[in-house]
Design a protein around this ligand. Structure first.
Ligand SMILES: Nc1ncnc2c1ncn2[C@@H]1O[C@H](COP(=O)(O)OP(=O)(O)OP(=O)(O)O)[C@@H](O)[C@H]1O
Length: 316
Protein backbone atom coordinates (compact mmCIF):
# COMPACT_ATOMS: atom_id res chain seq x y z
CA UNK A 1 0.00 0.00 0.00
CA UNK A 2 1.50 3.28 -1.01
CA UNK A 3 0.17 6.47 0.52
CA UNK A 4 1.27 9.81 -0.89
CA UNK A 5 2.84 12.38 1.41
CA UNK A 6 4.09 15.00 -1.04
CA UNK A 7 3.24 15.44 -4.67
CA UNK A 8 4.38 17.76 -7.42
CA UNK A 9 2.10 18.23 -10.39
CA UNK A 10 3.38 19.82 -13.57
CA UNK A 11 5.97 21.92 -11.77
CA UNK A 12 7.99 24.28 -13.95
CA UNK A 13 10.58 26.71 -12.59
CA UNK A 14 12.50 29.37 -14.47
CA UNK A 15 15.37 31.64 -13.60
CA UNK A 16 14.34 35.00 -15.02
CA UNK A 17 17.81 35.84 -16.20
CA UNK A 18 19.02 36.75 -19.68
CA UNK A 19 18.59 34.37 -21.29
CA UNK A 20 15.88 32.69 -19.21
CA UNK A 21 16.92 29.31 -17.78
CA UNK A 22 14.11 26.76 -17.76
CA UNK A 23 15.58 24.79 -14.88
CA UNK A 24 12.59 22.52 -14.11
CA UNK A 25 10.15 21.52 -16.82
CA UNK A 26 6.76 20.10 -16.12
CA UNK A 27 7.83 17.74 -13.36
CA UNK A 28 5.24 15.51 -11.70
CA UNK A 29 6.08 13.01 -9.04
CA UNK A 30 4.61 11.60 -5.87
CA UNK A 31 6.58 10.83 -2.76
CA UNK A 32 5.08 8.00 -0.74
CA UNK A 33 5.00 7.78 3.01
CA UNK A 34 8.13 6.19 4.39
CA UNK A 35 9.96 5.75 1.12
CA UNK A 36 13.39 6.93 0.07
CA UNK A 37 13.08 8.54 -3.34
CA UNK A 38 16.41 9.21 -5.01
CA UNK A 39 16.74 12.09 -7.44
CA UNK A 40 19.65 11.53 -9.79
CA UNK A 41 21.11 13.50 -12.65
CA UNK A 42 24.20 15.36 -13.67
CA UNK A 43 25.21 18.73 -12.33
CA UNK A 44 22.95 21.52 -13.50
CA UNK A 45 19.99 19.32 -14.46
CA UNK A 46 17.72 21.09 -11.95
CA UNK A 47 17.70 18.84 -8.87
CA UNK A 48 18.35 21.54 -6.32
CA UNK A 49 15.98 23.98 -7.99
CA UNK A 50 13.25 21.36 -7.83
CA UNK A 51 13.97 20.67 -4.15
CA UNK A 52 13.71 24.39 -3.44
CA UNK A 53 10.44 24.44 -5.34
CA UNK A 54 9.08 21.60 -3.19
CA UNK A 55 9.80 23.54 -0.04
CA UNK A 56 9.02 27.08 -1.20
CA UNK A 57 12.62 28.15 -0.83
CA UNK A 58 12.95 29.60 -4.33
CA UNK A 59 14.41 33.05 -4.39
CA UNK A 60 14.45 35.61 -7.18
CA UNK A 61 15.28 35.31 -10.03
CA UNK A 62 13.73 31.83 -9.68
CA UNK A 63 9.99 31.72 -10.39
CA UNK A 64 7.55 28.83 -10.19
CA UNK A 65 5.81 29.38 -13.53
CA UNK A 66 3.31 26.54 -13.36
CA UNK A 67 2.22 23.52 -11.41
CA UNK A 68 1.47 22.83 -7.78
CA UNK A 69 2.96 21.11 -4.78
CA UNK A 70 0.63 19.37 -2.39
CA UNK A 71 1.52 18.10 1.05
CA UNK A 72 -0.77 15.33 2.18
CA UNK A 73 -0.68 15.80 5.93
CA UNK A 74 -1.08 12.80 8.19
CA UNK A 75 -3.66 14.84 10.03
CA UNK A 76 -5.73 17.60 8.53
CA UNK A 77 -5.83 16.87 4.84
CA UNK A 78 -3.99 18.36 1.87
CA UNK A 79 -1.95 21.52 2.03
CA UNK A 80 -1.25 23.63 -1.05
CA UNK A 81 2.36 24.57 -0.39
CA UNK A 82 2.22 27.60 -2.71
CA UNK A 83 -0.59 29.09 -0.63
CA UNK A 84 1.31 28.99 2.66
CA UNK A 85 2.82 32.13 4.09
CA UNK A 86 4.15 33.61 7.29
CA UNK A 87 3.86 31.41 10.33
CA UNK A 88 2.17 28.58 8.44
CA UNK A 89 5.07 28.37 6.00
CA UNK A 90 7.65 28.45 8.77
CA UNK A 91 5.84 25.72 10.66
CA UNK A 92 5.50 23.65 7.51
CA UNK A 93 9.25 23.77 6.89
CA UNK A 94 10.26 22.47 10.27
CA UNK A 95 7.25 20.52 11.47
CA UNK A 96 6.13 18.77 8.33
CA UNK A 97 9.07 18.83 5.99
CA UNK A 98 12.66 19.38 7.00
CA UNK A 99 15.68 19.91 4.83
CA UNK A 100 19.35 19.14 4.96
CA UNK A 101 21.14 20.99 2.21
CA UNK A 102 24.67 21.26 1.06
CA UNK A 103 26.06 24.76 1.32
CA UNK A 104 28.20 26.70 3.69
CA UNK A 105 26.05 29.78 4.17
CA UNK A 106 23.70 28.52 6.83
CA UNK A 107 25.76 25.96 8.69
CA UNK A 108 25.55 25.60 12.45
CA UNK A 109 25.68 28.91 14.24
CA UNK A 110 29.33 29.25 15.35
CA UNK A 111 28.70 31.39 18.42
CA UNK A 112 26.16 29.30 20.32
CA UNK A 113 26.35 25.73 21.54
CA UNK A 114 24.65 22.76 19.94
CA UNK A 115 22.33 22.66 22.95
CA UNK A 116 21.26 26.27 22.41
CA UNK A 117 20.55 25.65 18.74
CA UNK A 118 18.39 22.61 19.33
CA UNK A 119 16.72 24.41 22.22
CA UNK A 120 15.93 27.32 19.91
CA UNK A 121 14.04 25.07 17.49
CA UNK A 122 12.08 23.44 20.31
CA UNK A 123 11.29 26.71 22.11
CA UNK A 124 9.96 28.25 18.91
CA UNK A 125 7.93 25.33 17.65
CA UNK A 126 7.01 23.54 20.85
CA UNK A 127 6.32 26.37 23.27
CA UNK A 128 4.53 24.01 25.62
CA UNK A 129 7.68 22.02 26.39
CA UNK A 130 9.34 22.65 29.72
CA UNK A 131 13.06 23.37 29.99
CA UNK A 132 13.65 19.87 31.33
CA UNK A 133 11.70 18.32 28.46
CA UNK A 134 13.71 20.32 25.93
CA UNK A 135 16.96 19.25 27.55
CA UNK A 136 15.84 15.65 27.45
CA UNK A 137 14.78 15.90 23.85
CA UNK A 138 18.08 17.52 22.82
CA UNK A 139 20.03 14.68 24.40
CA UNK A 140 17.72 12.12 22.84
CA UNK A 141 18.15 13.67 19.39
CA UNK A 142 21.94 13.52 19.55
CA UNK A 143 21.70 9.93 20.71
CA UNK A 144 19.52 9.11 17.72
CA UNK A 145 22.19 10.25 15.29
CA UNK A 146 25.05 8.57 17.13
CA UNK A 147 26.59 11.62 18.78
CA UNK A 148 27.46 11.58 22.49
CA UNK A 149 25.01 13.92 24.27
CA UNK A 150 28.05 15.38 26.07
CA UNK A 151 28.56 17.20 22.78
CA UNK A 152 25.53 19.35 23.49
CA UNK A 153 27.84 21.85 25.10
CA UNK A 154 30.19 22.00 22.13
CA UNK A 155 30.42 24.74 19.56
CA UNK A 156 30.42 23.91 15.87
CA UNK A 157 34.18 24.38 15.50
CA UNK A 158 34.76 21.74 18.16
CA UNK A 159 33.02 19.10 16.08
CA UNK A 160 34.30 17.11 13.12
CA UNK A 161 32.50 17.49 9.80
CA UNK A 162 30.70 14.19 10.33
CA UNK A 163 29.53 15.19 13.77
CA UNK A 164 28.29 18.55 12.56
CA UNK A 165 26.43 16.74 9.85
CA UNK A 166 24.83 14.40 12.35
CA UNK A 167 23.84 17.35 14.53
CA UNK A 168 22.16 18.93 11.53
CA UNK A 169 20.26 15.74 10.86
CA UNK A 170 19.28 15.65 14.54
CA UNK A 171 17.89 19.18 14.19
CA UNK A 172 16.01 18.20 11.06
CA UNK A 173 14.49 15.34 13.07
CA UNK A 174 13.65 17.50 16.07
CA UNK A 175 9.96 17.96 15.29
CA UNK A 176 9.28 14.52 13.84
CA UNK A 177 8.80 15.66 10.23
CA UNK A 178 6.91 13.52 7.76
CA UNK A 179 9.37 14.29 4.97
CA UNK A 180 13.09 15.00 4.88
CA UNK A 181 14.64 16.52 1.79
CA UNK A 182 18.37 15.87 1.64
CA UNK A 183 20.41 17.53 -1.05
CA UNK A 184 23.91 16.05 -1.28
CA UNK A 185 23.91 15.75 2.51
CA UNK A 186 27.07 13.71 2.80
CA UNK A 187 29.06 14.63 -0.29
CA UNK A 188 31.65 16.61 1.61
CA UNK A 189 32.39 13.72 3.98
CA UNK A 190 34.80 10.87 3.61
CA UNK A 191 33.34 7.56 2.56
CA UNK A 192 33.41 5.82 5.93
CA UNK A 193 31.68 8.69 7.71
CA UNK A 194 29.25 9.04 4.82
CA UNK A 195 28.32 5.37 5.13
CA UNK A 196 27.70 5.66 8.84
CA UNK A 197 25.45 8.65 8.37
CA UNK A 198 23.51 7.06 5.53
CA UNK A 199 22.94 3.98 7.60
CA UNK A 200 21.71 6.16 10.41
CA UNK A 201 19.27 7.92 8.08
CA UNK A 202 17.92 4.61 6.85
CA UNK A 203 17.58 3.27 10.37
CA UNK A 204 15.79 6.42 11.51
CA UNK A 205 13.50 6.20 8.54
CA UNK A 206 12.58 2.68 9.63
CA UNK A 207 12.03 3.85 13.17
CA UNK A 208 10.01 7.00 12.49
CA UNK A 209 8.51 6.36 9.09
CA UNK A 210 9.38 9.66 7.44
CA UNK A 211 9.89 9.80 3.70
CA UNK A 212 13.13 11.05 2.17
CA UNK A 213 13.90 12.79 -1.10
CA UNK A 214 17.61 12.13 -1.48
CA UNK A 215 19.38 14.20 -4.09
CA UNK A 216 22.80 13.37 -5.42
CA UNK A 217 24.68 12.83 -8.64
CA UNK A 218 26.05 9.65 -7.03
CA UNK A 219 23.94 7.01 -8.74
CA UNK A 220 25.62 3.97 -7.10
CA UNK A 221 24.76 5.42 -3.71
CA UNK A 222 21.15 5.99 -4.76
CA UNK A 223 20.83 2.46 -6.06
CA UNK A 224 21.87 1.22 -2.70
CA UNK A 225 19.64 3.33 -0.47
CA UNK A 226 16.58 4.24 -2.54
CA UNK A 227 13.23 2.53 -2.93
CA UNK A 228 12.61 4.41 -6.16
CA UNK A 229 14.81 6.65 -8.29
CA UNK A 230 13.85 9.55 -10.50
CA UNK A 231 16.35 10.38 -13.22
CA UNK A 232 16.47 14.02 -14.22
CA UNK A 233 17.83 15.42 -17.46
CA UNK A 234 17.73 19.06 -18.47
CA UNK A 235 14.94 19.89 -16.06
CA UNK A 236 12.74 16.89 -16.83
CA UNK A 237 12.21 13.56 -15.11
CA UNK A 238 12.99 11.14 -17.89
CA UNK A 239 12.59 7.95 -15.88
CA UNK A 240 11.10 7.05 -12.52
CA UNK A 241 11.13 3.48 -11.27
CA UNK A 242 12.23 1.19 -8.48
CA UNK A 243 15.94 1.14 -7.84
CA UNK A 244 15.99 -2.45 -9.03
CA UNK A 245 14.33 -1.64 -12.35
CA UNK A 246 16.52 1.39 -12.89
CA UNK A 247 19.54 -0.84 -12.43
CA UNK A 248 18.35 -4.00 -14.14
CA UNK A 249 16.05 -2.62 -16.83
CA UNK A 250 16.79 1.03 -17.54
CA UNK A 251 14.40 2.31 -20.19
CA UNK A 252 15.79 5.68 -21.10
CA UNK A 253 19.04 6.07 -23.03
CA UNK A 254 20.21 8.72 -20.56
CA UNK A 255 19.68 6.36 -17.60
CA UNK A 256 21.79 3.76 -19.39
CA UNK A 257 24.50 6.33 -20.04
CA UNK A 258 24.41 7.38 -16.42
CA UNK A 259 24.79 3.76 -15.28
CA UNK A 260 27.65 3.21 -17.69
CA UNK A 261 29.43 6.26 -16.40
CA UNK A 262 30.01 4.38 -13.13
CA UNK A 263 32.31 1.48 -14.01
CA UNK A 264 31.76 -0.09 -10.58
CA UNK A 265 28.13 -0.70 -11.52
CA UNK A 266 28.88 -2.83 -14.52
CA UNK A 267 31.80 -4.72 -13.00
CA UNK A 268 31.58 -7.61 -10.60
CA UNK A 269 30.67 -5.29 -7.73
CA UNK A 270 27.50 -4.37 -9.60
CA UNK A 271 25.19 -6.68 -7.67
CA UNK A 272 24.48 -4.46 -4.73
CA UNK A 273 21.19 -2.92 -5.77
CA UNK A 274 18.39 -3.49 -3.29
CA UNK A 275 16.04 -6.24 -4.28
CA UNK A 276 12.31 -5.69 -4.66
CA UNK A 277 11.67 -7.56 -1.43
CA UNK A 278 13.75 -5.10 0.53
CA UNK A 279 12.38 -2.01 -1.12
CA UNK A 280 9.08 -0.31 -0.48
CA UNK A 281 7.41 1.00 2.60
CA UNK A 282 8.07 -1.98 4.76
CA UNK A 283 11.55 -2.52 3.38
CA UNK A 284 14.34 -3.31 5.74
CA UNK A 285 16.39 -0.57 4.22
CA UNK A 286 19.35 -2.86 4.30
CA UNK A 287 21.55 -2.93 1.27
CA UNK A 288 23.22 -6.26 0.62
CA UNK A 289 26.36 -4.48 -0.43
CA UNK A 290 26.69 -2.72 2.86
CA UNK A 291 27.55 -5.91 4.73
CA UNK A 292 31.16 -4.95 4.67
CA UNK A 293 30.34 -2.05 6.92
CA UNK A 294 29.69 -2.35 10.60
CA UNK A 295 26.31 -1.68 12.20
CA UNK A 296 24.65 1.55 13.21
CA UNK A 297 26.95 4.06 14.73
CA UNK A 298 29.91 2.38 13.09
CA UNK A 299 31.21 5.61 11.69
CA UNK A 300 33.71 7.00 14.11
CA UNK A 301 31.94 10.14 15.19
CA UNK A 302 35.21 11.73 16.14
CA UNK A 303 37.07 10.69 13.02
CA UNK A 304 39.09 13.33 11.27
CA UNK A 305 36.72 13.57 8.38
CA UNK A 306 36.73 16.45 6.00
CA UNK A 307 34.71 19.51 6.83
CA UNK A 308 31.05 19.18 5.95
CA UNK A 309 29.55 22.00 3.99
CA UNK A 310 26.04 21.07 4.72
CA UNK A 311 23.31 22.97 6.35
CA UNK A 312 19.67 22.91 7.31
CA UNK A 313 17.76 25.64 5.58
CA UNK A 314 15.62 28.01 7.46
CA UNK A 315 15.77 29.35 10.94
CA UNK A 316 13.77 28.37 13.93
N1 LIG B 1 20.51 31.83 -9.43
C1 LIG B 1 20.50 31.33 -10.67
N2 LIG B 1 20.36 32.12 -11.75
C2 LIG B 1 20.32 31.61 -12.98
N3 LIG B 1 20.41 30.29 -13.28
C3 LIG B 1 20.56 29.45 -12.24
C4 LIG B 1 20.61 29.91 -10.89
N4 LIG B 1 20.75 28.84 -10.09
C5 LIG B 1 20.79 27.75 -10.89
N5 LIG B 1 20.68 28.11 -12.19
C6 LIG B 1 20.65 27.23 -13.38
O1 LIG B 1 19.54 26.36 -13.26
C7 LIG B 1 19.88 25.06 -13.76
C8 LIG B 1 19.62 24.02 -12.68
O2 LIG B 1 20.52 24.23 -11.59
P1 LIG B 1 20.46 23.36 -10.25
O3 LIG B 1 21.43 23.94 -9.29
O4 LIG B 1 19.06 23.21 -9.83
O5 LIG B 1 20.97 21.94 -10.78
P2 LIG B 1 21.48 20.68 -9.95
O6 LIG B 1 21.07 19.50 -10.72
O7 LIG B 1 21.07 20.79 -8.54
O8 LIG B 1 23.06 20.83 -10.05
P3 LIG B 1 24.17 20.48 -8.94
O9 LIG B 1 24.19 19.00 -8.82
O10 LIG B 1 25.41 21.05 -9.55
O11 LIG B 1 23.76 21.19 -7.68
C9 LIG B 1 21.34 25.14 -14.19
O12 LIG B 1 21.36 25.41 -15.57
C10 LIG B 1 21.86 26.33 -13.42
O13 LIG B 1 22.92 26.95 -14.13
Amino acid sequence: MTVPVLSAKGVSIEYRTTPVVRAVRDVSLTLHRGEILGLAGESGCGKTTFAYGLTRLLKSPAVLTSGEVLFHDRVGGDVDVAALDGEALRAFRWDKVSMVFQGAMNSLNPVITVRAQIDDVLTTHRPGMSRAERAGRAAELLGLVGVDPARLDSYAHQLSGGMRQRVMIAMALALNPQVMIMDEPTTALDVVVQRGILREIMRLREQFGFAVVFITHDLPLLLEISDRIAVMLEGEIVELDTAENIYERPQHAYTRRLLESFPSLVGERGGFVRSGAAAGESGTGHAPGSDADAGPGAAPADSADSAADTTIEGTA
